[in-house]
Ligand binder design. Structure first.
Ligand code: HEM
Length: 417
């Protein structure tokens, strides 16, 4: 579609009933898409008082800014997301670095995530999915109810990435609670002292956990990723203890919550689209197309963060140097100039433009291939092991974040196959 066609598809009334977009507003967090549509139409680049940042809603603008790391720096990503709750504030994580530092670390980390390496994990992903379902059936019997978000999706990606990093899996539920709390620091402006102190404790626990892991590994090198970081060199320099602890934290935070949410939202969308569910049940070969459409339609990462290094014009607005900028990936994925009928959930759609769900440009998600492999395995095993697996309620309790999206809890009714 061409840009001018936007004019033909817009509606005359705001779809958000005229309310202003405020990412911290609970109504927006519950259902942000009508607000994104209004932004794309009326305010493609908008100043948000609450977050002291510019939001960017259209596909072309999001794409442009993500590919221009010189003007749109990543250096403030982690500080913007986590503030003082960063578990390893002494060193920046890769996601929050600009070239040249970013390139070196990225090259090092890439080695572990190329498809040939990830494909070696494929069997493990199936095994882990089977083991979790065995546990569910052992606990709940052959039929009944369980929480898909907490008893499956919260444990599955953390177990996969834990195996990659050589993390013992016994503490994975506890770990998931810490990661959720640390990520909820994105909403810190809206929280009182009690919640903030919980976040602080979680951040400290997460750090202590990874420090212990490093300190154990340094004397017990193995085949895992932390051991390989310990041994690798970048330009003749080894990574420091803190750099490795920060990298492991980033991989755990980046690799856990996101895939967990993707698997949770997939079941939500299957509940909302029963005809699609029936087709996927009859032909599990449709699972990759289903996953792609969930990634487009309701992605796990809604928004990311950049910072301008110079005055710049974007979407008809001048953004001054030193401004916080929030590209809304989830809005770009519904841009009517790129995706026909963007608000329709359609696993048969032809995708002509790359999805924004994993970002674009130099920081394009390191785990994009791994998460797709994980999602495919988990859903195939779930379809095979459960003759019935249905979300019970139409009302979804989404996690409390404008940045990450997925169901907080998801009670399902099941029958073992
Ligand atoms: C559905 C699952 C996932 C989604 C939606 C997702 C989303 C994203 C997005 C949007 C970015 C770009 C950030 C930016 O441009 O600033 C990113 C970067 C990153 N992701 Fe993912 N991610 C997922 C899974 C994973 C997994 C499984 C891992 C690791 C095991 C991972 C590790 C990373 C890392 C390390 C970066 C930073 C890359 C860099 O700075 O060069 N992600 N991810």
């Amino acid at each position: 579609m061409k840009g001018e066609e936007r004019v033909m598809t817009i509606q005359t009334k705001p779809r958000s009933a005229g309310k202003q977009y405020d990412p911290l507003d609970p109504a927006v967090k519950q259902e942000p898409y009508p607000y994104y549509a209004d932004l794309r139409r009326d305010e493609p680049v908008k100043w948000l008082d609450g977050l002291q940042a510019f939001s960017v809603a259209r596909y072309d603008d999001v794409d442009k800014l993500l590919k221009d790391g010189r003007i749109f720096s990543s250096a403030q990503f982690w500080p913007a997301l986590l503030g003082e709750y960063d578990p390893v504030p002494e060193v920046a994580p890769m996601i929050s670095m600009d070239p040249p530092g970013h390139i070196h670390l990225r090259k090092l980390a890439n080695k572990a995530f190329v498809p040939t390496k990830v494909n070696l994990l494929r069997d493990r992903t199936y095994r882990i999915a089977h083991e979790l379902i065995n546990d569910i059936i052992a606990k709940h019997g052959q039929s009944g109810e369980f929480d898909w978000a907490w008893e499956f999706t919260a444990l599955y990606p953390v177990t996969v990435i834990a195996e990659v990093l050589g993390v013992p899996t016994e503490r994975r539920s506890e770990f998931k609670v810490w990661v959720d709390l640390v990520l909820s620091a994105a909403n810190r402006a809206a929280y009182g002292p009690e919640k903030l102190s919980e976040i602080e404790k979680a951040s400290k626990s997460l750090r202590a956990f990874i420090e212990d892991l490093y300190d154990h590994r340094i004397d017990n090198l193995g085949e895992d990723l932390i051991s390989s970081f310990i041994q690798s060199e970048i330009d003749g320099r080894k990574m420091t203890r803190l750099e490795i602890i920060q990298m492991a934290t980033l991989l755990l935070i980046g690799g856990v919550e996101t895939t967990t949410n993707l698997l949770g939202t997939t079941l939500v969308e299957l509940k909302r689209h029963p005809e699609t569910y029936a087709r996927v049940r009859a032909d599990t070969g449709l699972i990759p197309a289903l996953v792609e459409e969930v990634l487009r339609y309701n992605p796990p990462v809604q928004i990311i963060f950049r910072h301008t290094t110079a005055d710049v014009e974007l979407g008809g607005t001048t953004i001054p140097a030193g401004s916080a900028v929030m590209p809304i990936l989830a809005s770009a994925n519904r841009d009517e100039t790129k995706f026909a009928n963007p608000d329709v959930f359609d696993i048969d759609r032809k995708i002509d433009f790359p999805l924004m769900s994993f970002g674009q440009g130099p920081h394009f998600c390191l785990g994009n291939y791994l998460s797709r492999v994980e999602a495919k395995a988990a859903l195939e095993v779930a379809m095979e092991r459960f003759a019935q697996l249905d979300v019970i309620s139409d009302e979804i309790h989404w996690i409390d974040s404008y940045f990450a999206r997925g169901p907080h809890t998801l009670p399902v009714r099941f029958k073992a196959a």
